[in-house]
Design a binder for this molecule. Sequence first.
Ligand code: SF4
Length: 340
Amino acid sequence: MKNNYSTKDIDFSNEIINWYISSGREDLPWRKNISGYRVWISEIMLQQTQVKTAIPFYKKFIKKYPNLKSIAPATEDDILALWTGLGFYRRAKNIFKAKEIIKKEYSNRFPTKFDELILLPGIGQSTAGAIMSIAYGKSYPILDANVKRVISRYKNINLEKKDAMKNLWSLSKSLTPINNIFEYTQGIMDLGATTCNARSPNCKECPINQSCESAFEKFEIGNKNKKEKSKKKIYFTLAHSKKSFLLFKKNEKTFWESLWVPYDNQNLKKSNIFKEPSKSEIKNFNHTLSHMDLDITIEIFDYKRPFKIKTNLEHRWVSKSQIDNFGLPKPIKTIIENYG
Ligand code: SF4
């Protein structure tokens, strides 16, 4: 990618490159055995998740699917199962869709061109840029949440202005160097995640504090624009027998799409798909999603043996020992793991 940058921009990138070499987090698991595939998985996980949370999920994922060959036969359920507890499950669905495209259209070789990457589900301009620069050493700008924070502070950009994103992309492009792109990209990501963090930037230790237009300012991280979350009540019926649980695949295009959940008894009507249980128990708890607060009531019905039900809904009895092979929302999985 062609770029015209000034001496000041070169200083910016050099400071960040040198800082990465001396202080960057080289021990992160996705910074070892680098390949396009591994950078892709890590970047998708990091899209809405902090590094600390993503690490164990990444390790588990890469242990099961170390490369494209191993993930090629995986079903969507297999991938969702590894995502349980990480949230934003659309990311896992996109990994499934993308690897299917790679299998069919690229003979199962990971794309090496920006224009190919950006066409894959779940890969936007910043993720494609990160893969190009980290895996292939090509100069492409990125603008994930951390980089956005560093650049907006460095150039004192008001993020509430209409054209802020356009400006930030243009700045990211002009600040991105041609050489040492691997160190620069990792460095600016690390700087945003550690030193120029959201609440208390450590300007004293920052390598660009001499030229940053916001250095040593106080940042108010208020909730003034925070939208009130919507609330939703959910009523589930969970049939249980001999260490097996009757689960249904959620097909609605809402939260938890494609995950396995108990019977959704939305209208609280006595459903005739269940017989009278030998014992029942009610559990109630709250669960917070990024955009919604859920008030969940689960009625657990105990039966002597599993039974057939008449329904068009996709369903199956899943034994407790097999639960790790299915994608379940974390609170439902916890209930099942601790039951009986
Ligand atoms: S000087 Fe401070 S505000 Fe500026 S980039 Fe560094 S840490 Fe962030």
